[in-house]
Design a protein. Structure first.
Length: 265
């Protein structure tokens, strides 16, 4: 993503490279909130204006400034005074956290790619937790984006990343098919397989096994935490695996080089 970084540096000389994505992050978070709420319901994303869930009043520009509008209204609708809920503020701060984390971890040339990956993984994770769905409209473009970023930054490894995408899908699709055949019910969705394909496109084949291993460990920790809170967990309990894959991929994207150096050092 050096092209975008260089463009920003030439357009706004003297501006720190981390500042544009960090400033943009709350606005991205606001859009992510729209995706999280509307995609699973099949509601329009672009052609429908935001409105209060209580009174239906269409929101104006002053109501849509991320974080600031929420705090100024004290978390309430400016027209009917009903509580908005914490979700808009949470997703905007989460998107800001992704950008800030990436800014202090990766090089300026990789920053925009890291933010794109992190924001998309966060959106997918939030949707999966709420609905147990990983929408194709996000996972499939994420595959293409991973291959595009690879073609721009390391074209010599494009074939390997394409193979990793195929392997990522094939492995989890095979696991899902086997579970359904032998247990008579779904245990893993093809959305997880498509997400792992996207992760393979971004990370390549070398980090794919580590992604699955870390995600499995995170899944066990999540199940253990749920049991500690008193939730009854059985073999038939549905636990979203997408967030585990997403967080594992995010960690390996940020720290994969250090892990590789540690393993080969």
């Amino acid at each position: 993503m050096d092209i975008l970084t260089n463009f920003m540096a030439n357009a706004l000389p003297g501006l720190p490279p981390w500042l544009p994505p960090v400033m943009l992050a709350p606005f991205i978070g606001s859009f992510m909130g729209v995706l999280i709420q509307r995609l699973p319901e099949g509601r329009p994303i672009v052609m429908s204006r935001s409105a209060c869930d209580w009174c239906g009043h269409r929101l104006g520009i002053r109501d849509l400034v991320p974080i600031i509008s929420y705090l100024a209204r004290r978390g309430r609708c400016g027209y009917c005074n009903e509580p908005i809920g914490s979700f808009p503020l949470a997703i905007e701060f989460a998107a800001l956290g992704v950008a800030a984390w990436a800014a202090v971890t990766v090089s300026p040339g990789d920053l925009w790619a890291a933010c794109l990956l992190g924001w998309t993984l966060l959106t997918l994770s939030w949707i999966d937790v709420r609905t147990m769905i990983l929408p194709d409209v996000l996972t499939l473009p994420l595959i293409a984006a991973g291959l595009a970023v690879t073609a721009l930054t390391d074209p010599g490894s494009l074939l390997n990343h394409g193979i990793a995408a195929v392997l990522g899908y094939g492995v989890l699709a095979a696991v899902a098919w086997s579970y359904r055949k032998f247990r008579g019910r779904d245990g893993l969705g093809l959305g997880d397989a498509k997400l792992l394909a996207a992760i393979g496109a971004w990370l390549g084949p070398g980090l794919l096994p580590f992604t699955v291993f870390v995600a499995a460990c995170l899944g066990l920790l999540a199940a253990g935490a749920a049991m500690a809170r008193g939730r009854h967990i059985t073999a038939a309990t549905a636990i979203p695996f997408g967030p585990c894959l997403a967080f594992a991929a995010w960690l390996l994207w940020l720290y994969g080089d250090q892990i590789d150096d540690w393993l080969t050092g």
